[in-house]
Unconditional design. Structure first.
Lengths: 378, 321
């Protein structure tokens, strides 16, 4: 590899990028819009789930229960209905996702037997929301039940601890407030870089074929490794810019806590960029048309990065075959790394496994791309 | 005269064949080019001129046969060949989104022209192309003739001993073409070996030798003068008339006519004896209601030679098959 040729190629590429608004739009605008769209669009925290109440008793106690629902951040009472039919209509219209029904003998049973049931009717069309709403509703009811119990024990001059010797005190680490954004946004950075990186380089070789400049280039003594690195280096610089932009946005705009070291972040990000840019380059070498290369780069990177990287959908919840497939999805390693760097503050030693996977992957793709580039016409 | 007597050829093709599937693009082509010689490739589009040049540049692998450029086998060591050649492809292949000087600087870097020399070479190329006041203009804004001269400038920036120019004057206006050939002659005078293709027959005059190429075969190769004097078994007449089609048909059976073909608005007639036909043809045609407007003897142009050699070649091959 000759430094002189590398410099000539890199400089030429920089000039072309500078004069081609398309590549600059992909490089600068795409990450920005994607960060906003997905950073805000995907939110797994359910708050203010709309519910309707059907109080068939109308007692002090039933109203107390509903106050618990109202006070909870997770629910918002949007309607108080008078009949079952009204509740069904409200659910059908989508005005609420759940209905809570208190039976006419609620307070009587509570006072007589010390136990009573509350009915929850859930809209199962969105099973995820239904599940979560059910969980939250159970928690609200159980907290109310606790209050009732404490009050009852109080009258007898006893405390809850006396009858309940064991209790669970849970503490969440790394994402203390369980804010889903904290776990989505770092992964989102990985997905965006995978997408944008491959898009950037997917055009470089195809463009030379389409414009006819490749015919002259291959007639010169330039080598395929010189062409590859000469083209990848300017895009690596652009990739750094994108990465810095996305990561700063994650930390400052979306306020995801960053607990790792900048050195580890720089090292792993560079490695990941080198990989995604090489993948785009490989596609560009194989497909001689810009449109084709760009579309293949989109299909190859976007869906797998979205679905199989563990950025939103947990990998250990997938069927075993799909789990095996995710090892091929290079974005998953960087998703793991960025999440760990941001939330856990892990260092290089703890992240050695995903880093090693990335290194092996990058070497394989670079070797493949260097071999695939033929200095011949077909 | 395929150059087999040249002992130290800069370019040598031996029995080159290139097939694309069933299509034979290059059909057993052999020739040699000496140092400092200008070899022209003449023939219609699709004759296989570009394919031969691409093989010689190491861009296509020949299906069979051998080619050596600067003494190096192009199939075995294409990279070795590339150090010695300059190439101008048929399709314009400089970077249109770069300026004149940026293109030259790029190819200077790719060929590793020594820094001390580069500025001088770039200046030379810019002056040669007549682009002194457009050095900072984007290539896309240049007219065709200038683009072609710049492409030549990029091809010779590293002073290669061998130049391959594929249709360098295609689509360029006549004055620019003339100037282009002057440049080629200057280079050849300095010892550069030039292989240049064209579909303008008149440009054969500028070559030391020319090869007539049709359907992937070299059907004649010689100096332009010798080519024009190729014995065609007769003499040529030029005929102008009202109705080209009927006249052409009538001529095929005319007295002393060997062959006739349309050239633009007139007909070129190959006859056994010009003197006799000049007196016998007008009455023959007038009798058929097709009196000629003009009939005179002409020297066959290279195009006449080409047309008749192609026809003869076809007949020979049909006989062989």
């Amino acid at each position: 590899m000759r430094l002189r040729r590398l410099k000539a190629l890199a400089l030429k590429e920089v000039l072309q990028i500078w004069r081609d608004p398309r590549s600059l739009v992909i490089a600068l605008l795409l990450p920005f819009t994607q960060m906003f769209l997905f950073g805000y669009g995907i939110n797994l925290d359910l708050k203010h789930i709309p519910i309707c109440t059907f109080d068939r008793e109308g007692s002090q106690q039933s109203q107390d229960l509903f106050k618990h629902f109202q006070a909870s951040l997770y629910f918002a009472i949007v309607e108080n209905v008078k009949t079952y039919q009204e509740m069904v209509t409200a659910l059908d219209r989508g005005a609420c996702s759940a209905g809570v029904v208190v039976q006419p003998d609620f307070s009587q049973r509570l006072n007589d037997t010390g136990t009573a049931s509350v009915q929850a009717i859930l809209d199962g069309t969105d099973d995820n929301t239904a599940n979560i709403a059910w969980g939250y509703a159970a928690a609200v009811v159980s907290s109310y039940s606790n209050d009732v119990q404490v009050a009852a024990l109080d009258r007898q001059g006893r405390t809850l601890q006396q009858i309940q010797p064991l209790s669970v005190q849970s503490r969440v680490w790394f994402n203390e407030d369980l804010v889903s954004r904290n776990f989505i946004v770092p992964g989102l950075v990985a997905v965006i870089l995978a997408l944008v990186g491959a898009q950037l380089t997917s055009l470089t070789i195809a463009r030379e074929w389409e414009r006819g400049t490749m015919e002259l280039l291959v007639s010169t003594p330039v080598t395929s490794t010189e062409v590859m690195f000469g083209k990848l280096l300017p895009y690596l610089a652009l990739g750094w810019l994108d990465a810095a932009f996305c990561l700063v946005m994650a930390a400052l705009w979306f306020e995801v806590p960053f607990r790792g070291t900048l050195f580890a972040l720089f090292l792993t990000t560079t490695l990941f960029l080198a990989l995604v840019l090489s993948i785009g380059y490989l596609i560009s070498v194989l497909i001689h048309s810009q449109v084709g290369a760009s579309q293949i780069a989109l299909v190859v990177t976007l869906l797998p990065a979205m679905l199989l990287s563990g950025y939103v959908f947990p990998i250990d919840q997938m069927p075993p075959v799909v789990q095996d497939l995710t090892y091929l999805m290079y974005a998953r390693y960087y998703v793991t790394i960025v999440k760990a760097l941001f939330l856990k503050g892990s260092g290089i030693p703890e992240l050695l496994t995903p880093i090693l996977f990335l290194v092996v992957y990058a070497i394989a793709v670079v070797a493949l791309a260097a071999r695939a580039f033929r200095k011949r016409l077909t | 005269m395929n150059g087999s007597e040249i002992s130290d050829p800069q370019i040598a093709a031996e029995d080159l064949v290139k097939r694309f599937g069933d299509f034979v693009a290059v059909d057993h082509v052999s020739f040699r080019v000496a140092r400092g010689e200008i070899m022209g490739f003449l023939g219609p589009n699709g004759a296989g001129k570009s394919t031969i040049i691409r093989i010689l540049c190491g861009l296509l692998r020949p299906s069979s046969g051998r080619a050596r450029v600067a003494g190096i086998d192009v199939a075995r060591d294409p990279e070795g060949v590339r150090e010695h050649i300059g190439y101008m492809s048929q399709k314009f292949s400089l970077y249109r989104d770069l300026t004149v000087e940026e293109n030259l600087r790029f190819f200077g870097g790719i060929y590793r022209v020594p820094h001390a020399l580069l500025q001088k070479r770039i200046q030379f190329a810019i002056d040669m192309a007549g682009l002194a006041d457009r050095a900072n203009a984007l290539v896309s804004t240049l007219a065709g003739g200038w683009q072609q001269r710049l492409a030549l400038g990029c091809a010779i920036l590293h002073q290669p001993p061998i130049l391959f120019l594929d249709e360098p004057t295609s689509g360029v206006e006549p004055t620019s073409r003339r100037r282009f050939w002057d440049l080629i002659h200057t280079l050849a005078a300095e010892g550069v070996t030039v292989l240049v293709s064209t579909h303008y027959m008149d440009e054969a005059e500028y070559c030391d030798r020319a090869a007539l190429i049709n359907q992937g075969r070299i059907i004649a190769i010689d100096s332009p003068g010798a080519l024009k004097n190729t014995p065609l078994g007769g003499e040529f007449l030029l005929l102008e008339c009202e109705a080209l089609g009927p006249t052409l048909a009538a001529l095929q059976k005319g007295p002393g006519v060997i062959d006739a073909s349309v050239f633009g608005n007139s007909i070129h007639v190959l006859v056994r004896n010009a003197e006799q036909s000049l007196t016998r043809l007008p009455p023959y045609l007038s009798e058929k209601g097709l009196p000629p407007r003009r009939l005179e003897r002409i020297h066959p142009s290279l195009e006449d030679v080409f047309v008749h050699l192609v026809a003869a070649d076809l007949a020979k091959r049909r006989e062989a098959a």
